[in-house]
Design a binder for this molecule. Sequence first.
Ligand code: AMP
Ligand code: GLY
Length: 427
Amino acid sequence: MAALDLRSATVRVLVVGSGAREHAIAVSLAQDPEVTALACAPGNAGTAAVAEQLGLDMADNAAVVALAESWSADLVVIGPEVPLVAGAADAVREAGIPCFGPSAAAARIEGSKAFAKSVMSSAGVPTASSVMVDNPAHLDTALGVFTPPYVVKDDGLAAGKGVVVASDVEVARAHALMLLDAGHPALLESFLDGPEASLFCLVDGSTVVPLLPAQDFKRVGDGDTGPNTGGMGAYAPLPWAGEGLADELVERIVRPVAVELERRGAPFSGLLYAGLAMTSGGPAVIEFNCRFGDPETQAVLALLRTPLARLLHATATGTLADQPPIEWEDGSAVTVVVAAEGYPATPRLGDVITGAEGDGVLHAGTRRRDDGAVVSSGGRVLSVVGTGADLAAARADAYARLEPVRLAGSHHRTDIALRAERGEIGP
Ligand code: AMP
Ligand code: GLY
């Protein structure tokens, strides 16, 4: 695959996905003078304003390839984990088109928690101790190995909602039995204490380039109450972390994992996301993901000054090591997710949204109805991004941009980045 010269080539970029993460990626690519044509498939009502909107069944690898070929894409960027785990990036690369996103073999780092644990163990990377249970008869013995709070996870992909953290052993047991009943192995883990951080790294084999560290808010309610979600808000960078945190995390955690994946014949190419707990004993991995995180991407890319297409293309073509250092804007970014009534359990869809056209209002679960109205089509509906000289200013900006948005029954957290702004989070 010849490296494309982004300074002279016509660069047509196809973004695959339909969330606010893809909207954020599309907005960054649209601002990049090297990108001459941009499409998003299947996209949403927001991406349609910055990119050509193309129909696509993301679960169909052959359809992804056919679309990339018929649209003459020079670069395909695959946002979500489901097509990556299913091998969409392999299929696009086999067709000779550069693709940002890992192979199915490398995407197992997210697709199978058992595989991720095995890689981390070989690489000597700290993570929670764990026991996999695939037979209900063994559940009580396995639970007996742990102390509260109990952590019970689905072994496979679960859109951030497969995890229960509970002090009550009965709640933990019930969740594990529910997973086992559905035919999914349950992973029991020791509880990792301490603030969480998300570190996104561009990875091409053993070349690892970190982006700004961010923090995500998983619980649905203010004060970290209620069930886990796909993420209700995020901010970047982390005022409570030292300057050297990203480099330290690369050396201790991300590079060893990238090297171990290469050693296993599954080199990673794309975005490797380390979800971490900053425990008193040092950083430990909660999970790896094989793609940009949502909603952290919306905050991180708001601060990126280096044109995005060049970074993604270099990663996709194995030339990341030749890139100059990434440049960032000063200041902070905050994103607040607007969720549909009933999210995360049973979101109500089809409600009309108004006031969602402003700068910084990224769309997730939205679509345009035949009569032109924008309506909700997913649990997380919008992701509103603010920036400012510091977290207080970025928070104020995000909540001000959210003010005109109207969606019946919607809810959002009012405390995104608040504890960090107040200096209440320690390393
Ligand atoms: P995951 O889907 O693995 O990212 O888990 C979702 C959320 O559950 C994480 O962001 C944490 O807040 C929590 N969690 C998962 N595993 C652990 C653990 N071992 N210890 C503490 N919290 C955890
Ligand atoms: N922010 C959590 C995720 O993308 O999985």
